[in-house]
Design a protein around this ligand. Structure first.
Ligand SMILES: Nc1ncnc2c1ncn2[C@@H]1O[C@H](COP(=O)(O)OP(=O)(O)OP(=O)(O)O)[C@@H](O)[C@H]1O
Ligand SMILES: [Mg+2]
Length: 337
């Protein structure tokens, strides 16, 4: 059992509060994604779980056991850092086998685990090369392979694919997730890429300003953003927010006093008559879909439509909200039931 419990964890750096009372329960074998903008505290939280940083308050339990005062090497955790340190004077094979040598793994088993980890990350042909000669993306894959090779109970990964090109990243993403599921490794995976989070996570913890603002399955985080921040941060283009009651009513959403309407761009549908009348300002063709923007008073409205029929700039549109798609937010930005 390697659940991870983070209970009331706070972290202050010389007056700056990086984490404010974090509570997070990651289940045994779960793939949990920490998602949030730069500076929200993701790395700090990972370093506390790994034991590389000490919490100011609260505690971390792994498998129900308190980690208070326990050194990183006694936590059976492997971590891939954001800046993926590899040892330049060692070969790739030696780098990947590093943790296994530390654990005094027998040579034959070590070779096999190194080979499997390297194969998974598509760097098997590079095993004899020195790490100093590698590109950033290759080095990053070495760092991931090194963490996988020790088959830890808990794997912490901080933006492990950020230096790979788009295609490789997509491929690694699904392979990595498949493998970790197979191995039953409990994982916390940090990213600020919302597509990666939606695609990989069993559950997503969305962080903002040192807090977790929502922790749920991807569908729920996307469909029911707990705050306006979540609605804006997840989804591309982001959720629309409309304050104007007349515009809300024209979209077919009964206005609610003092509340702001939140609606996803793909939940706005063209209708032949009625609806909110507006003019397409910028139209972007994206292949399978087209995105357009329009002004509604002071609000900018983003709409995603199928590629056909093609909309032209300046064209008049009538839009209605899809049934059940309206979300309502109070002035503080919190979702109202
Ligand atoms: N050792 C430190 N001393 C002082 N402040 C720190 C230290 N480490 C982090 N911080 C501050 O804590 C906040 C959170 O930093 P953290 O590195 O956890 O963010 P992050 O979410 O990982 O961001 P990014 O996506 O850019 O990696 C930031 O404001 C950062 O400046
Ligand atoms: Mg970070």
């Amino acid at each position: 059992m390697s659940s991870i419990s983070i209970r009331g964890v706070r972290k202050a750096f010389k007056g700056h509060e990086a984490l404010k009372a974090i509570d997070l329960e990651v289940r045994d074998q779960e793939f949990c994604v920490l998602l949030g903008p730069s500076g929200c505290g993701k790395t700090t939280l990972m370093r506390i779980v790994a034991g590389l940083e000490t919490e100011t308050e609260g505690e971390v339990l792994i498998g129900g056991r308190s980690m208070k005062g326990l050194a990183p090497r006694h936590r059976n955790i492997a971590m891939v850092f954001q800046n993926y340190a590899v040892f330049p004077h060692m070969t790739i094979g030696e780098n990947i086998g590093f943790g296994l040598r530390m654990r005094k793994t027998p040579p034959a088993q070590l070779q096999e685990q190194v080979r499997r980890a390297a194969a998974l990350m598509h760097i098997e042909p590079l095993l004899e090369r020195y790490a100093g000669q590698l590109s950033g993306g290759q080095r990053q894959r070495v760092a991931v392979a090194r963490a996988l090779a020790v088959q830890p109970d808990v794997l912490l990964m901080d933006e492990p694919l950020s230096n790979l090109d788009a295609l490789l990243r997509l491929e690694m993403r699904s392979e990595l997730k498949g493998l970790l599921r197979e191995l039953g490794t409990t994982t916390i995976y940090v990213t600020h890429d919302q597509t990666e989070a939606l695609g990989m996570a069993d559950r997503i913890a969305v962080m903002h300003g040192g807090r977790i603002v929502q922790f749920d399955v991807p569908e729920q985080v996307y469909r029911m953003p707990a705050t306006r921040f979540v609605g804006s941060f997840i989804g591309n283009p982001p959720m629309n927010f409309i304050a104007n009651p007349e515009a809300q009513a024209a979209l077919g959403c009964e206005p609610r006093a003092g509340l702001i309407l939140g609606i996803r761009p793909e939940d706005l549908r063209p209708v032949p008559e009625g609806g909110l009348v507006l003019q397409a300002r910028v139209v972007e063709m994206l292949g399978a879909s087209q995105q357009l923007t329009a002004r509604v008073g002071d609000d900018l409205l983003r709409v995603s439509l199928p590629a056909l029929p093609a909309i032209t700039t300046g064209q008049t549109l009538r839009l209605l909200a899809a049934p059940g798609a309206a979300r309502w937010y109070d002035p503080e930005g919190n979702l109202c039931p």
